[in-house]
Design a protein around this ligand. Structure first.
Ligand code: 13P
Length: 249
């Protein structure tokens, strides 16, 4: 059985005041059946870890460098994330692939380092609207998976997030058949590459406009093991019902 995972990606949102949302979340979910993860901006990681010292809620980063140290102004290493108390990292988010020109091989190099640093690595994949309309979705996903996921992936150190770019921050979501098609496809590719044991143990998250109103339907889809939530993870009152829906799924 795969442990379900409700992950929040705060993106470039949140200052000290946002720690109150973590306190509220911890209070609302003292004994969740799902794993709960929040990936705040790097500046808040260590304070978020302190805030959640008595909570099972975990903290992750949103990116890391492929190198552990060096002359890389503005970057954060996997070791630094761990040192700050994070135990997960999101890699290859479409916003980084687009705005920072990250290619599959860059994501793979970062993932190698993150995994070697004992960070659970959430690798994001997903098609643009033009790619979906051209019926290229599965080819795009296959290419991103093959190129971004390193060979040392296991069910413990890898999570895949399927985030259709056109669904991120738009209020649009694929229908359940479309989500199911891609998640089943990702599962089959992982089984083929890593064998049935590892392939079946990697958790697959859906991301893109997950809200309290659509969470239950999304979590009913086979091979959806949780969600990577952006906007609705910023406030405990919105993220909390999504966690409840996952706990109940
Ligand atoms: P939204 O939930 O705001 O659409 O963002 C999804 C996302 O990009 C999570 O990584």
């Amino acid at each position: 059985m795969r442990q379900k995972l409700a992950a929040g990606n705060w993106k470039m949102n949140g200052t000290s005041a946002a720690l109150a949302e973590l306190e509220a979340l911890a209070k609302a979910h003292p004994n969740p059946t799902s794993e709960i993860l929040i990936c705040p901006p790097a500046t808040l990681i260590s304070r978020a870890v302190d805030t959640l010292a008595h909570s099972p809620i975990q903290i992750g980063g949103q990116d890391c460098h492929a190198a552990q140290s060096g002359a890389f102004t503005g970057d954060t290493s996997a070791e630094m994330l761990r040192d700050a108390g994070a135990n997960h990292v999101i890699l290859g988010h479409s916003e980084r692939r687009e705005a920072h020109g990250e290619r599959n091989e860059d994501v793979r190099d970062k993932a190698r380092t993150a995994m070697a640093t004992d960070l659970v690595t959430i690798i994001c994949v997903g098609e643009s609207l033009a790619q979906r309309e051209a019926a290229n979705t599965l080819d795009i996903i296959a290419g991103q998976l093959a190129g971004s996921v390193p060979d040392l992936a296991t069910g413990e150190n890898l999570v895949i997030a399927y985030e259709p770019i056109w669904a991120i921050g738009t209020g649009l979501t694929p229908d359940v058949a479309q989500v199911g098609e891609v998640h089943d496809f990702i599962r089959s590719l992982l089984e083929r590459r890593f064998g049935a044991g590892v392939g079946r143990s990697v958790r697959l998250l859906y991301g893109g406009s997950v809200k309290p109103a659509n969470a239950q339907e999304i979590f009913s889809v086979t091979n959806v093991d949780g969600a990577l939530v952006g906007g609705a993870s910023l406030a405990a009152k919105d993220f909390s019902p999504i966690i409840d829906a996952l706990d109940a799924a």
